[in-house]
Design a protein around this ligand. Structure first.
Ligand SMILES: Cc1cc2nc3c(=O)[nH]c(=O)nc-3n(C[C@H](O)[C@H](O)[C@H](O)COP(=O)(O)OP(=O)(O)OC[C@H]3O[C@@H](n4cnc5c(N)ncnc54)[C@H](O)[C@@H]3O)c2cc1C
Length: 511
C-alpha cells in the first residue's frame, strides 16, 4: 500500500492552507475530501438552484440532527472541493489583538484566552491575504490590528447604496471602511468581478471569487499533492498512541479504502472533525477529551434589512462592501459590554432564491420585493458554553457507517442582550441612509461554526495543545475552525487559514 508523509482530511480553509507549506517543502501529501468539484457554468451556479443549500453540494447523506437551536430539526453538510469557500462571501478579516486575550465576560470566570497571541499569527495573516489576494481598505477602522504588509488589492468603487450607508454611519460619528474581500478585481489574466447579484451563497460561474477550488487547490495539485474527492472518512485507527491509517468509503463506488501516512491532519470542519474523532473513540486517549464536540460556537447573526424603494432596485451591484467596527469593543451607552460585535453590509438574495425557499403564494408575493432591500449583517461574539455540543448516537449510522450526529445549541442571555444593542445601532444607520422601514432577520445556520476541539494550555480543559496537536496522540493535528477557543465577532475563514499555515509550517520542521 502506498504510504504518504501526511494525510489531510478535508479540503476547506484548514485543510488547503495546512497543505501549502507541506507541499512547498516537497512532502508527499494526500487530501481526502467527501465532496465533489463544483461544476462551473452560468446556468449551474447562478440559476435558481445555485445557492448552496439548494445545490447538489449540500450533502444530505449524513444528516445532522439538531433538536435545539437550528433552523430545521435536521441539516446537511456543505461538502465540495474547497469546502464552503466555493460559496462563501469572501469576507476575510483578521481577528483583533484583544480577541486572543482572556475575557471573563465572554469566557466566564475560568477564562483562558488563546494559547497563541495575535503576534504569533500576524505573518501568517499576511501570507493568507497574499494567497487569497484580498482587496480592502486599511487605516480607517479604529480597531484595526497591527499589520506588517498592506492588502494586496485596492477596494473597488462603492455602489450608490453603499455610499448612502457610509455617509449615514459617518454622520453618526462612526468609521465605515471597505470590507476585506477574497474577490479578483485587478488581475486581468483572470476574469475580474462582474458585481453580480449571485455572490454570497453562490459559486462564481466566472471564477472571479478567490475560493480555494479556484486558487489554492489546483496549484497544490500541480505541485504533486494527490486529492481524492468523493471520499468519506469514517475512522482513524490508532496503535501505540499513533494514528496508523484512515478508513474511508467512496461515495461513488461505495467501496472501502484504507490509506496510511506518517502524520495526519484533521480539517473536516467544526462539525465534521469532532464527528470523526468521536466515532474513532480518540477522546479516550486525551486528558481533555471530554471537550471534543463541546464549546460549539456559531456567532449570533441577524440581518437588518432596510427598504430602499427607488435606490436599491436601481442598483445592479453587489452590496457587500462596507464594515463598521466602532462598537466591536462596546458601546458608550451600554457600558456592561466590553465586546459587542461587527456590522457588515450584506448582499440580498435574488428573488428566485426567496421563491424557492418560501414555497407557494408567499414566495411569489415576497420575491419581487427583495430588490428593494439592502442589508446590514450584525455579528455578535457568542459565548463558548460547555453544553453547546455535538455528540454522537452509535445506535444509528448512515450509509457510510458514521454514527448519527446530534447538535444542541442555545445562545446565552449575554449573547442575546449584545445583539439587541448592536441591531439598534444598525437600524439607526439604515434609517440615516434613507431606508423607509426595516426588518430584522435572525440567522440560525451553522455557517460560522467553530470551537468544538479547542486548543489551550491546560491539558484538562482543551483537546489540542498550542501547536494544535491532539493530546494523547503523537501524530494527529487539527487545523480547521474547531481549534478556536473563542469565536471573536468576525468572519472566521482568514484566521482558520492563518492558523493552518502556521501548523502546516510547524509540521514541516518535525523530523
Ligand atoms: C454560505 C456561506 C458563506 C460564508 N461566508 C463567509 C465569509 O464571507 N467569510 C468567512 O470568513 N467565512 C464565511 N463562511 C464560513 C466559512 O466558509 C467557514 O468558516 C470555513 O469554510 C470553515 O473552514 P474549515 O476549514 O473549518 O472547514 P470547511 O471549510 O467546512 O472544510 C471542511 C471540509 O471537510 C470535508 N469533510 C467533512 N467531513 C468529511 C469526512 N467525513 N470525510 C472527508 N471530508 C470531510 C467537507 O466536505 C469540507 O470540504 C461562510 C459559510 C457559508 C456556508
Amino acid at each position: 500500500m502506498k504510504s504518504y508523509d501526511v494525510i489531510i482530511i478535508g479540503s476547506g480553509f484548514g485543510g488547503a492552507m495546512a497543505a501549502k507549506p507541506l507541499v512547498d517543502a516537497g512532502m508527499k501529501v494526500l487530501m481526502l475530501e467527501r465532496g465533489d468539484w463544483v461544476k462551473r457554468s452560468v446556468e449551474e451556479n447562478w440559476g435558481s438552484r445555485g445557492s448552496i443549500d439548494l445545490s447538489p453540494y449540500y450533502d444530505k447523506s449524513s444528516l445532522l440532527h439538531v433538536p435545539v437551536g437550528g433552523n430545521k430539526p435536521t441539516m446537511g453538510l456543505y461538502s465540495c472541493v474547497g469546502g464552503p469557500s466555493a460559496f462563501y462571501g469572501g469576507v476575510s478579516f483578521r481577528f483583533r489583538e484583544a480577541d486572543f486575550e482572556k475575557n471573563e465576560q465572554i469566557e466566564g470566570k475560568d477564562a483562558q484566552g488563546w494559547p497563541i497571541k495575535y503576534n504569533d499569527l500576524e505573518s501568517y495573516y499576511t501570507q493568507a491575504e497574499g494567497i487569497l489576494n484580498i482587496s480592502g481598505e486599511t487605516d480607517t477602522d479604529p480597531t484595526e490590528p497591527r499589520r506588517s504588509a498592506p492588502l494586496p488589492q485596492r477596494a473597488p468603487p462603492l455602489a450608490n447604496i453603499s455610499q448612502k450607508v457610509k455617509a449615514s454611519a459617518q454622520k453618526l460619528g462612526l468609521h465605515p471602511f471597505q470590507l476585506p474581500l477574497a474577490i479578483n478585481y485587478e488581475d486581468t489574466n483572470r476574469q475580474t468581478c462582474l458585481s453580480c447579484k449571485t455572490c454570497d451563497t453562490f459559486a462564481c460561474a466566472v471564477s472571479a471569487k478567490n475560493d480555494l477550488a479556484t486558487t489554492v487547490i489546483p496549484q497544490l495539485m500541480a505541485k504533486g499533492m494527490e486529492l481524492r474527492h468523493n471520499m468519506v472518512v469514517t475512522r482513524l485507527n490508532v496503535v501505540n498512541r499513533r494514528i496508523v491509517s484512515v478508513e474511508c468509503v467512496s461515495k461513488t463506488t461505495k467501496q472501502q479504502h484504507i490509506f496510511k501516512a506518517d502524520k495526519f491532519i484533521l480539517a473536516a470542519g467544526s462539525l465534521g472533525t469532532p464527528h470523526i474523532l468521536l466515532s474513532s473513540g480518540l477522546q479516550h486517549y486525551n486528558a481533555g477529551g471530554h471537550v471534543v464536540g463541546r464549546y460549539l460556537m456559531r456567532h449570533l447573526n441577524a440581518i437588518i434589512f432596510g427598504v430602499f424603494p427607488g435606490v436599491a432596485d436601481k442598483e445592479g451591484r453587489f452590496h457587500k462592501q462596507l464594515a463598521i467596527l466602532d462598537y466591536y469593543f462596546g458601546h458608550p451607552k451600554a457600558p456592561a459590554f466590553n465586546k459587542l460585535g461587527s456590522l457588515q453590509q450584506m448582499s440580498t438574495p435574488p428573488g428566485s432564491v426567496v421563491e424557492n425557499e418560501l414555497k407557494g403564494v408567499l414566495g411569489k408575493m415576497l420575491s419581487p420585493a427583495v430588490k428593494l432591500l439592502s442589508g446590514l449583517l450584525a455579528i455578535v461574539e457568542d459565548q463558548p458554553q460547555y453544553n453547546n455540543a455535538l455528540t454522537i448516537n452509535t445506535a444509528f449510522s448512515d450509509e457510510f457507517g458514521l454514527p448519527r450526529v446530534i447538535i444542541n445549541h442555545s445562545y446565552s442571555d449575554r449573547d442575546n442582550a449584545a445583539m439587541k444593542v448592536l441591531t439598534e445601532e444598525g437600524k439607526k444607520i439604515m434609517k440615516g441612509a434613507g431606508a423607509l422601514t426595516h426588518y430584522v432577520h435572525k440567522i440560525r445556520t451553522f455557517s460560522h461554526a467553530v470551537g468544538t476541539v479547542r486548543m489551550g494550555l491546560n491539558e484538562n480543559t482543551s483537546a489540542l495543545n498550542e501547536h494544535c496537536r491532539f493530546r494523547g496522540i503523537d501524530n494527529l493535528y487539527v487545523t480547521d475552525g474547531s481549534v478556536m477557543p473563542t469565536s471573536a465577532a468576525l468572519n472566521p475563514s482568514l484566521t482558520i487559514a492563518a492558523n493552518a499555515l502556521r501548523v502546516g509550517e510547524l509540521i514541516t520542521k518535525l523530523n
